[in-house]
Design a binder for this molecule. Sequence first.
Ligand SMILES: Nc1ncnc2c1ncn2[C@@H]1O[C@H](COP(=O)(O)OP(=O)(O)O)[C@@H](O)[C@H]1O
Ligand SMILES: [Mg+2]
Length: 285
Amino acid sequence: MNHRSDSEPENERRPMNTQNNRVHHLLELDNITKYYGNIIALRDVTTYVNAGEVTCVLGDNGAGKSTLIKILSGVHRQSEGSIRMNGEEVSFGSPREALANGIATVYQDLAMVPLMSVWRNFFLGAEPTRRFGPLKWIDQGKAKSIAKAELARMGIDIRDTEQPVGTLSGGERQSVAIARAGYFGAKVLILDEPTSALGVKQSGVVLRRIVEARNHGLAVIFITHNPSHAYPVGNRFLILNRGVSMGSFAKKDITLKELTQMMAGGAELEQLQHELESATGVSAE
Ligand SMILES: Nc1ncnc2c1ncn2[C@@H]1O[C@H](COP(=O)(O)OP(=O)(O)O)[C@@H](O)[C@H]1O
Ligand SMILES: [Mg+2]
């Protein structure tokens, strides 16, 4: 195995590798590399994801965050490296296959139909049905009551599940997508920049859903470029910079300030601060 322990930060706990006493993380990524033609979007990324934890993936635009989750969710295949789920090597050929293995992804555009009702969006083709002889139809009453109950369980009170999803706020729409993933038995919930288009209050709503999903035992992978959204809810932080891992850190091993600096590439941020200070004559501290 291409295991380069010298390049791994000390605080990156590796699972025990002894023959008969091996501890598996829910997901283990080993030396993941991804090329798009001759662009290297990810290089040798090694990390893991645990159930009942929020793993944050942080990085600036172009850092490779979406590429990493597209590999986990079956949209792309890695060029090199391997992924294990519960210790078994996996390779997903499609998002449907990843979902069948319990990996649900909420994309930024949400793949929702704005004019369609909340309950139709909740099921999106997987509605409960009734059957009579050769006839089969959607059990609307059951579908609506399940959607309402599942949303209520997440603290979202939808008066009428007939209302179009387009009438919900951004935070509520994210919440519907998260509730749906939970209902369909996801073990891993991946959220790609769920708060980036939202205001402060709506972001708070989504961050609360993230914590609830984790408390239900899901492994949540939260992608964001905003460290102050990641820090309060995250258990572990993987920082990507131009496709390379800057390491992953448990919360106790990193402060919000350090996280912010590492993400921006500390040196660049300091350089900017000096430039601003000399331009304005005012200290930015
Ligand atoms: N389908 C693609 N084809 C070619 N290059 C891509 C493709 N998707 C992403 N890239 C490139 O890979 C790098 C990482 O992109 P991405 O994973 O989207 O970053 P992030 O989500 O962190 O902003 C960028 O340089 C981006 O331009
Ligand atoms: Mg992205």
